[in-house]
Design a protein around this ligand. Sequence first.
Ligand code: ADP
Ligand code: MG
Length: 250
Amino acid sequence: MRPRSEAPVEERTAAGNAVELIDVSRRYESGSSTITALDAVTLTIPYGQFVVVLGPSGSGKTTLVNIMGALDNASGGSVRIAGRDCTRASRREMFEIRRHTVSFIFQSFNLFPGLTARENVQFGIDAAGRHDGPSAAEVLRSVGLGERLDQFPGQLSGGEQQRVAVARALATGNPLILADEPTGELDFQTGTRILELLQAQVGTGRTVILVTHNREIARAADRVLELRGGRITGDGPPPGGKVHVRDLFW
Ligand code: ADP
Ligand code: MG
């Protein structure tokens, strides 16, 4: 039997939650003072949800995403990712959880400048150890970059580079997609294109957690989390109800 981590995404997401946090805190010691970046955060995020995280700069959004993505350990509380207890996970265990569960899309695209678009996406496939899914070229075609397979990042526009980063995240086949302000500097057209791609992933049972400053984007979410001073100050559907990405405008 295949290990659970390599099963198709539909099997892996059929049961359980993507993320479960109970009373999670994250403190940073700096000199003699302590910064509490997250304070008593309790959250359950099932599979198949499109979650937008809003909050002012410094409110703890990146800290929260890093903990949900097994990039960082909490200082207190309990953390489960894809049903696995990560509360006291070692670096090695965190690596394994990330590898088979999480895909990241960062604000800075983090593409390898010396690799072509296709090679950057292949890197994601290899890192996740998946070889039963679509090819790098197929995923790049799905984000509209079929004509750009062999270009290097420096030969692509900012929007195209961002789409390569999205393709790399999707190609892993992992069920939890975390995006920390990926539409930050993109024009409306590219931004909505990326949102449509992410929204399509939710339709396959994946969960997408997207950090943004843009309240308009939150209107297309299933659920909006608001953070302030490291605490959850709001958690629910967007006011006025969820709208389709094509009905957004900013
Ligand atoms: P956001 O992403 O909402 O802007 P962050 O999660 O990056 O917020 O930061 C939350 C708080 O934690 C801020 O006060 C920030 O200065 C602090 N912080 C984040 N990372 C560190 C770190 N590595 N060391 C010390 N303080 C940090
Ligand atoms: Mg941040």
